[in-house]
Design a protein around this ligand. Structure first.
Ligand code: AMP
Length: 509
């Protein structure tokens, strides 16, 4: 954090109790991404939902808080205006997923929400659709006549690639309407982004650093804001981003939490983060839990393999020989390791690319593009790619290094098994390194009805602080921390608020 702050330029204390820090002016970023395709085939391109899509309906849903509105069962019941309904249909959505069935009416009713649903189960549309519906119904339209844009909605997410993906979803649903989404994130020419912003902005998608930069420059005003969305909310409120989020809600012009709607979405919610989230939400917010809070996607077949430090590379090669050209994400813990493993695989003639926080934005976008297109079917990644990314046909995830945090594990394996499709995750477990994760892994495997290797159960029983630990005791109840005073997550017995390797990959800008 200190490193971050010292790399920042302070811009204003008098008007704002949470001063705004702008990233220091290092070498000027000149990268301008290629223009977005305008043809409908590209805008509405989507992959098919999988054989387990209908099984989403069997997942237990719990809504807690006073007077929750009725769930909807069809998009018709959401009463979307014609253009939005058409865009939903063009996106291939036939019926809403559980988080949409419950989330859309909650947001449409003007309520704040903390929503938890498994990876890949449609959280993005659950917040975008009711926001866009309201803006369209109210007839808001982007105006390019102002030097300061005042968006009605701001969406924040922790990484550049994720916020860009959310922006593309917003652009897709708003296609052909007067509502204009804009995206802001680091690694791209600021001048280019300002010019784009000033063409009009109703829905602003941003990573925290670049967003605060634009607010500090006076290019973004907050007085018209009605919706503040935190995607990957637990990450946005953990130690790395929390000060940024507090600065954002304390910025001049930002409506108080009573005057705006605040929406939080994630697949994981450690209890301490839930408590802190209450600072940002109205008192009567609704807690929506689809399935086990913090639980892994049950469409992902999870396998744990015991390894030693020195056997990992060969074991990875063996796996990749079998996966062939099927898309595989290989997660490692450090940026150096990402470069090292990617170079090793290339030497072994496996078409591989890599993504991590030290690569230039141009390279990151190229890497993701090559992976998406299948040119490089293997992507070696740090936790920067662990959350939210929705890439067609990712069949395998390999945890070459396990993360030091169970929530990161849940998000990483969630890059496969999306939208009712099935996927496979193999994780290398080095007893010398990964013992602290044993208990949480057993819980996650159990709650997703996966086989638990006996050696892992033994490690869990022997692990530090296991008194009363019942490895096969399944916790299916969803949990709102307000209800219990305690917490019974499916897996989050380790707090995500603790610094994780992901913190090393923070998208400060
Ligand atoms: P998300 O969890 O929001 O990243 O969504 C995961 C994937 O499911 C994305 O490719 C979405 O476009 C897709 N999706 C979301 N909701 C639906 C739906 N109701 N019907 C079909 N596909 C959906």
């Amino acid at each position: 954090k200190e490193k971050q702050i010292s790399a920042c330029r302070y811009v204003g204390w008098i008007t704002n109790p949470y001063p705004v820090f702008l990233p220091s002016r290092g070498p000027k970023v000149t990268y301008v991404p290629p223009p977005l395709p305008e043809d409908e085939d590209t805008i509405f391109a989507h992959y098919a939902s999988g054989i387990n899509f209908n099984k989403y309906d069997d997942i237990l849903v719990d809504v807690s808080g006073l007077n929750p509105p009725q769930a909807i069962y069809t998009f018709k019941e959401a009463c979307l205006c014609e253009s939005l309904e058409r865009n939903v249909a063009k996106s291939g959505y036939v019926k809403p997923t559980p988080v949409q069935k419950h989330g859309i009416p909650i947001i449409a009713a003007g309520r704040d929400i903390m929503a938890c649903a498994q990876t890949g189960s449609g959280k993005t549309a659950a917040f975008l659709l009711p926001i866009l519906q309201k803006l369209m119904a109210d007839g808001v339209a982007a105006s390019s006549f102002s030097e300061q844009q005042e968006p009605e909605a701001i969406i924040v997410a922790p990484t550049r690639e994720l916020i860009n993906q959310i922006f593309l979803e917003a652009r897709k649903f708003a296609h052909g309407t007067c509502v204009r989404p804009v995206v802001l994130y680091g690694g791209i020419s600021t001048g280019h982004q300002i010019r784009d912003l000033l063409r009009g902005c109703n829905v602003l998608c941003g990573t925290p650093g670049r967003l605060m930069d634009m607010i500090g420059r006076g290019k973004v005003g907050l007085t018209k804001l009605r919706y503040l969305v935190m995607d990957e909310a637990d990450r946005m409120l953990d130690m790395g981003f929390e000060p940024e989020m507090r600065r954002l809600v304390g910025s001049p012009g930002m409506p108080s939490k009573e005057e705006r709607q605040t929406l939080m979405f994630s697949a994981t919610y450690p209890e301490d983060i839930q408590r802190m989230a209450g600072d940002f939400l109205k008192k009567d917010y609704l807690f929506l839990a689809v399935g086990v809070v913090g639980g892994a996607c049950s469409d992902v077949e999870q396998k744990l393999v015991q390894v030693t430090k020195f056997s990992k590379r060969d074991q990875l090669l063996d796996i990749l020989k079998n996966t062939g050209t099927e898309r595989t994400m290989v997660f490692v813990e450090t940026k150096r390791q990402a470069d090292f493993i990617a170079a090793f695989l290339c030497q072994e003639n496996v078409a591989t690319t890599s993504i991590h926080g030290d690569r230039e934005q141009r390279e990151r976008e190229q890497a993701l593009g090559d992976f998406r297109s299948g040119k490089c079917p293997v992507l070696v990644a740090t936790s920067v790619a662990a959350r939210g990314l929705d890439i067609k046909d990712v069949q395998h995830v390999v945890n070459f290094d396990l993360p030091n945090n169970i929530d990161d594990y849940v998000h990483r394996i969630g890059r496969t098994g999306r939208c009712g499709n099935t996927g496979q995750a193999v994780s290398f477990y080095d007893p010398e390194q990964d013992n602290q994760l044993a208990r949480s892994l057993v819980k996650i495997l159990c709650s997703a009805q996966q086989e638990v290797p006996s050696w892992l159960e033994q490690s869990a029983l022997g692990a530090h602080g296991t008194s009363g630990f019942n490895p096969v005791g399944r916790v299916f109840a969803s949990t709102d921390s307000r209800k219990t005073g305690g917490f019974q997550s499916g897996g989050s017995d380790q707090s995500s608020a603790a610094p994780s390797a992901a913190a090393d990959e923070e998208e400060w800008e």
